[in-house]
Design a protein around this ligand. Sequence first.
Ligand SMILES: NC(=O)c1ccc[n+]([C@@H]2O[C@H](COP(=O)([O-])OP(=O)(O)OC[C@H]3O[C@@H](n4cnc5c(N)ncnc54)[C@H](OP(=O)(O)O)[C@@H]3O)[C@@H](O)[C@H]2O)c1
Length: 343
Amino acid sequence: MNAPALTMPAPRVAPLKGCPVLRWGVVAPGGIATDFVNALHTHTDQRVIAVASRSVDRAREFARRHGIPRTHDDYAALYGDEQVQIVYIAAPHSEHRRLAIDAIAAGKHVLIEKPIGLSADEAREIAAAAGAAGVFAMEAMWTRFLPQTDVMLHLHEDGVIGDPRLIIADLGFAADPSEGGRLFDPTLGGGALLDLGVYPVWLSHLWLGVPTGVTALGTRTDSGVDEQSALVLDYPAGAQALLSTSIRVTSPGAASVSGSGGTLQIDPSFVFPGGFSAQRGDVRGHFVDDSGLHHRDGMAWQAAAVAQHIDDGLTESPLHPLQTSIEVLTTIDEARRQLSAAG
Ligand SMILES: NC(=O)c1ccc[n+]([C@@H]2O[C@H](COP(=O)([O-])OP(=O)(O)OC[C@H]3O[C@@H](n4cnc5c(N)ncnc54)[C@H](OP(=O)(O)O)[C@@H]3O)[C@@H](O)[C@H]2O)c1
């Protein structure tokens, strides 16, 4: 006789098409901005109508490639563009706080790439500015908006895994130090923890909340940023998260959530659209994201959710509120502090 199968609920996600449409402005047209605009224009009704670069040539070239009608050769001009409803900030981490606060001061909603700032204090500053201005603000933690994330949480609401007790997650990417770049540059917020570690730390926050203890061990690059680290996060009643992150090696991006009643194992890399396996005793199930969206095209889900939130009159996402960004960065602050103190 076959083992019984777990029934997978349908994802409760904003529809990619047919939901409210925002007029987006993109600030800092680098690597992720390219993926973001491709995802929106290919898979959603959302439209990027303006782009701003520090260089007029880069702005024009980006606009030409993506069919964006309006270009600005400085970021402030885009904040002042009356056609733009929401600004997507895709600059290096070190610039997020300043750019977000400038865009908010101009009355724009903001979606800010991860991590939202260099520290919990920077995240608090952004939250305070957005709160005072009454605009929508969110960190672009796009994995939160993927169908698989909702289905896992739905199974949890249905009691399938019981109390989450152990999160194991890694995220590493072998960056080439000889190429330099923002990952190795302390002045741009370089290092593994802020760039990649933010995902496993966010995942553990999603399942376990705020840790009571943080222990970090790791190495640093010659340029002085954190290179590879292992984190143990402790939670009340003995729950734990075991996390690792690296800019020295590419690791699988494996992640699992083990609870008192069952286990979820996310298909690697856990940050991308995909699937997961669920097991409760001898009852098993597998969810597969059949949307046809791969890798960073999954940012489309986040954009649709943001458009729906703003249409609903919200100033934060209930799925990824600013307090979550603050709490995740509080954990990263402490891990970075320990790695610095260790020399
Ligand atoms: N969600 C994801 O999967 C994902 C993936 C990769 C990166 N990200 C995030 O996106 C952000 C940008 O990463 P990226 O890889 O796209 O970076 P990137 O390719 O280096 O592009 C960043 C852009 O920021 C602008 N910029 C503004 N101030 C800058 C400064 N002081 N130094 C360098 N560039 C500056 C530049 O555009 P102009 O000079 O033309 O204005 C540059 O093209 C990071 O915070 C990162 O964490 C997210």
